[in-house]
Write a protein that binds this ligand. Sequence first.
Ligand SMILES: N[C@@H](CCC(=O)N[C@@H](CS)C(=O)NCC(=O)O)C(=O)O
Length: 210
Amino acid sequence: MKPTLYYYEHCPYCVRVLTLIGMANIDVERVVLLNDDEKTPIDMIGQKMLPILAIAPDKFMAESLDIVDYLSQMVDFDLIEDADKEAQVNDFFADNRSAIYGLTMPRWVKQPFAEFATDEAIAYFVKKKTQAIGDFATALENSPQFEKDLHNSLLAAAPLFTALIEQPNSRAAIMLFAGLYGLRYVNDFAWPTAAQQFMQQMAKTSGMSL
Ligand SMILES: N[C@@H](CCC(=O)N[C@@H](CS)C(=O)NCC(=O)O)C(=O)O
């Protein structure tokens, strides 16, 4: 059975899997669920969380990195694992979570993503994520400060970007790219050079458009 990926277009964890799929040219069925569809994921894995990979009837994987590992093994893709780099990437996102989500979530909800095809799906996302980041309109007003903070963090992380440009086929590079991919809707964001080169190279390697 060809694996089926259930995902949201906005979701950074889903983008990890999509990046690997593009990079390694993996043949997978794709299904985008409506954001307010709780039943489908809960029936599969017991919680409302994507991505999910269906690998057999009644057999599902729920963690993005497990899915990345599984699919790369399936096609013999040479995926580099580097615990130290992955920890650096996780630290970067832990430090910049509010700026990144403050910039991305209010913009995602305005995109023609399949998960937001109905008013109910949009309302579900706004309500749930407002609990996480606060009022979306206020977050948009705070964009200049978020952009400034994030720019400075990306600049400080230049050595990580420079190192991972050399390892696009690594879990760390996929994690870093996927976590920043949602920022493409922030018009005129001042990307520092190393970060921008990294994003452009990963986009090219994976066929994900920026
Ligand atoms: N541990 C999971 C995290 C996945 C995750 O947080 N997915 C988010 C979307 S980005 C989700 O489905 N959240 C529930 C919701 O948005 O309703 C993984 O890495 O796959």
